[in-house]
Design a protein around this ligand. Structure first.
Ligand code: HEM
Ligand code: HEM
Length: 182
């Protein structure tokens, strides 16, 4: 039997579904975004892929607001590992940055789209509001979008490396409790 204190420190089902669903979407969108914008040549095919990028990005914004709200309401869990204090602090900072990224990524994209003056349709179902074309503001927003994409990728590599270190080197319950096994 687990003590109620131990139970309080586990991730509930909603937190786990939030974590892995958004993890899949964010990693997918980073890979997809870098691929489309760095490697796909201009043309109608690219236009369709950009449309898909924007539509999925909008869905991430909605799910992301829910995910961040849930974590803020619940607070962060205590660490399970016995790593030095600086590692706990780096891990916590990475969690905060990743949560910020879940909102900043789609919001900067949508802001760029708003000022680009082009209509953004979400899966052909409805359109996002569009402003008057203001190239300077679109450039700033898209610039922030690209810088955020690289920054989040860096933090994510650190985050995944930390999770693997806990699991395979420290052999503690950090990864297991996010998988719902402990
Ligand atoms: C894809 C591989 C990933 C793995 C293996 C992984 C693993 C983990 C693990 C083991 C924890 C628990 C840490 C602890 O309890 O101290 C955790 C927490 C967390 N992860 Fe990930 N993660 C991944 C991807 C992501 C992504 C893409 C994001 C970005 C949104 C993310 C954001 C977070 C946040 C914010 C927490 C803190 C708890 C929470 O709010 O869910 N993770 N992750
Ligand atoms: C979590 C959501 C999102 C992620 C992870 C993401 C990721 C990315 C990545 C990795 C790139 C490529 C950066 C580069 O190498 O040039 C990119 C570019 C871009 N994204 Fe997103 N994106 C997201 C949401 C959105 C949304 C919602 C929109 C618009 C409604 C959008 C519009 C764009 C545009 C227009 C570019 C090209 C920017 C430029 O090169 O000037 N993205 N995105």
């Amino acid at each position: 039997m687990k003590s109620s204190d131990e139970k309080k420190n586990l991730y509930d089902l909603v937190s786990r579904v939030n974590h892995w669903a958004l993890a899949l979407l964010i990693v997918g969108m980073l890979v997809f975004g870098f691929y489309v914008f760095e490697f796909v040549p201009r043309g109608p095919g690219k236009g369709a892929l950009i449309g898909l990028h924007k539509s999925i990005g909008f869905v991430i914004l909605v799910l992301g607001i829910w995910r961040v709200g849930w974590r803020l309401a619940q607070g962060f869990k205590r660490d399970t590992g016995t790593s030095p204090l600086w590692q706990h602090r780096v891990a916590r900072a990475a969690h905060v940055l990743l949560l910020a990224g879940v909102i900043i990524m789609p919001l900067s994209g949508i802001t760029g789209a708003y000022f680009s003056g082009r209509v953004t349709s979400v899966f052909g179902l409805f359109s996002l509001p569009v402003g008057e074309k203001t190239e300077s503001l679109a450039e700033i927003a898209y610039g922030a979008h690209v810088i955020a994409a690289y920054s989040i990728s860096f933090v994510l590599i650190l985050h995944v490396a930390g999770a693997l270190k806990h699991h395979f080197i420290d052999r503690d319950a950090t990864l297991k409790r996010m998988l719902g096994k402990s």
